[in-house]
Write a protein that binds this ligand. Sequence first.
Ligand code: GLC
Length: 432
Amino acid sequence: MLSTTPPSDRDEAARAVLRRNDRGGFTVPNGRVYPFQWNWDSAFVALGFATFDLDRAWRELETLFEGQWDDGMVPHIVFRAPADGYYPGPEAWGIQRQPLTSGISQPPVAATAARVLHGLSGGDSSRIRALVPKLFASHRWWHETRDPDGTGLVTIVHPWESGRDNSPDWDEPLANVIPQVDVAHLRKDLGHVDAAHRPTHDFYNRVMTLVEEAKALDWEGGAVARKLSFRVCDLGIQSILLRADRDLLTLAEELGFTEEAGALRGWIARGERAMPRLKGPDGLYRSLDLRSGRLSEAVTCAAYLPLYARTALQEDALALKHHLEATRAAAGFSVASSDPRDRRFDATRYWRGPVWLMMNRMIADGLAAYGLTDEANLLRRDSGDLVRQNGFWEYFDPSDGTGCGGPDFSWTAAMWLSWAGSEGNGQALTTL
Ligand code: GLC
């Protein structure tokens, strides 16, 4: 049923979600399920804040980088202040630094968000100048520490790094991780969210085994990249990084960071050359298990991200247009996080089926860049309808749009303000 909330009230409700989840310079994705600062959430949240409070938007990126490690890694969680209700908290990661952080990263959207904020900041470049060296260090970490042999394909060592935690993309590589721990009794997520919307216990046992493996290596970046029993090139991160490289290159060129610009050009060229290795026989891109050398069988929502990276060919765009049409006919709302015709599809379980608005935003940006504007507009409309009908949920069942996971979610509110809510929002940042 369509909600009767007037448009301007919905914009105000979205701003209220961000303000409520603001903990003073950083935003929690959702106060109950995720009570800390998350890496790519903050980048998307910054885009939301940018529609009504640019200073606060910059602050979100700045606080995220306060968690950056000396080797350049930007952790996936910064545990800014103690909070109950989340497992694995700081003690499970065992990392001795301040602020406390996790030991793995997440999709590097920050440079893209920073480029957008810079574009809105008029002539004032003080904040972007301070951020560029930090962004550059994080990109170097991906391209060097996480690509130790210089193949052009970066490695993730944990499914959570992808941000698509329990995607079918990780089924095969995770099957080779032998669970060494049983953490079912430690989980706190099931106290907040329906178990049918969350990953299984078996999944948690395997992913926490990876954390134990990294702890045994003292979290040394080079050793982690080479030795963990999960080593995958995630099509999502690979694409998001190449796109962010381009955005960072634009900034570096404009601001006179000449050396950095040179390194970025080299990484982009190397990454682009490697992309064909991720293409399956059907012409659709996939993630690659670097241990087995096998491409993922699943075609997930990440398949569209080479468009966002601008590394796809025009013929790839056509294949993706057909894929979108077919999956949309099967699912209802787009983009389902995995193919609804696939036996692994699960309409409500997290990254195995549901629609996520920030994925739609990146996919729509890519579709539009390849001239698929009708399809891009369709995703924007679907995303807007999901919020209009249900509210700012973490993710949505593609078959009927039911909200899943946690309510009042920061990045969903941010995507409404900056993109999906076309009504009454003069400051929507429709392009990335
Ligand atoms: C879940 C999502 C991840 C997100 C985090 C906080 O772990 O899979 O992408 O960053 O929640 O919202």
